[in-house]
Design a protein around this ligand. Structure first.
Ligand code: TYM
Length: 326
């Protein structure tokens, strides 16, 4: 059975973009793959975090996974920082990564430009991500398009290590679905919908109040053409809403265009808002149950034990190959 693996950062509230780009895909694939899903709390501290908020958000993200339909019987669910081998492998990989390669990462350029003082962790972030993946011989990595460059460097590092030290790592493939790979901000549809953006009107959070989420969809920026057609360049707002609707209903872009031929933007937005409401209502009901439940600790203990055992085996192999042995 092929293995899929992905992680999300527990920074702030999880967005509709995170759901569509990563969680939804994991949910759809979990019956057919051996699935690994973790919370990337070590990636979160690449930018300053409040310690209480970080631990609260970490637990909350596990409850969100479960509420979104990630089945703990079909997935290995764990927290990155509970397994020391992620950092251990990351160091060895860092010593096989070039400064120039990391300097070219667009997410690093983007994030570092927003902080006067940024950490070296922000710079080496993609190498830790490579370690997250390579430790477990994952085949496919479901992510949004913004993570594609990080997966390319992961592949490069695996190939480089295998060449230098002999076959060690499986070379993973990104798994980026055809729709919803980049959900855009509702107010400014030329930028990504992002947890860290400062205008909440442009972002749907999975735990948003339903009324306010509907309002955000109804108020989304569109254009004056009154044609519901997918055209990212000229109609970014409408294209984004088509993407959201398509992802939430599992309809293709052209099916959505056909469904709304001749309809006005208000009618279309109402249907998008209905789908968002359905998702949020369902997720929030289940979230309330999970966040209070001890099941989270049971799942995490199991995930931690299993992944430490597996990662230890892989790390031992790597360690010996680089000459860390007596
Ligand atoms: P993070 O927490 O920034 O985002 C989590 C996932 O959500 C996707 N995503 C989106 N997809 C579509 N539209 C959007 N607007 C949108 N915003 C975010 C991201 O592509 C991602 O899949 N580095 C990763 C976490 C990570 C990881 C890994 C992922 C750490 N190690 C190993 C996969 C494998 C991150 O920061 O994701």
């Amino acid at each position: 059975m092929k293995r899929i693996l992905t992680g999300l950062q527990p920074t702030g509230n999880i967005t509709l973009g995170n759901y569509i780009g990563a969680i939804r895909q994991m949910k759809e694939l979990q019956d057919k793959y051996d699935s690994y899903m973790f919370v990337a709390d070590m990636h979160a501290i690449t930018i300053p975090q409040d310690k209480d908020a970080l631990s609260k958000n970490t637990r909350s993200l596990i409850a969100i996974y479960l509420a979104c339909g990630i089945d703990p019987d079909k997935n290995t669910i764990y927290i990155q920082s509970e397994n020391p081998y992620h950092a251990n492998l990351s160091w060895i990989l860092e010593c096989n990564t070039y400064f120039g390669e990391l300097s070219r990462m667009t997410q690093f350029k983007d994030k570092s430009s927003k902080h006067a003082n940024f950490t070296t962790g922000l710079f080496t972030y993609p190498v830790l991500m490579a370690a997250d993946i390579l430790l477990y011989d994952a085949d496919l990595i479901p992510v949004g398009i913004d993570q594609k460059q990080h997966l390319e460097i992961t592949r490069d590092l695996a190939i480089r290590f295998n060449k230098k030290y002999g076959d060690t790592f499986k070379v993973p493939e990104p798994f980026i679905s055809t729709t919803g790979t980049k959900i855009m901000d509702l107010v400014n549809p030329t930028i990504k919908m992002s947890k860290s953006s400062d205008n909440p009107k442009g972002i749907i959070y999975l735990l948003d109040d339903i009324k306010s989420a509907r309002k955000k969809i109804m108020g989304a920026t569109t254009d004056s053409e009154m044609i519901i057609k997918y055209d990212v360049e000229n109609k970014p707002g409408i294209s984004n809403l088509i993407n959201i609707y398509s992802a939430l209903t599992n309809k293709s872009i052209s099916e959505v265009e056909d469904e709304f031929k001749g309809k006005n933007y208000g009618e279309f937005k109402k249907c998008v808002a209905d789908e968002v409401e359905k998702l949020l209502t369902n997720v929030q009901e289940k979230y309330k149950e999970y966040i209070e439940s001890d099941i989270i600790d049971v799942i995490l203990d199991k995930g931690m034990e299993k992944t430490i055992k597996e990662a230890e085996k892989k790390y031992k192999e790597v360690k010996e190959k680089v000459g860390f042995k007596r």
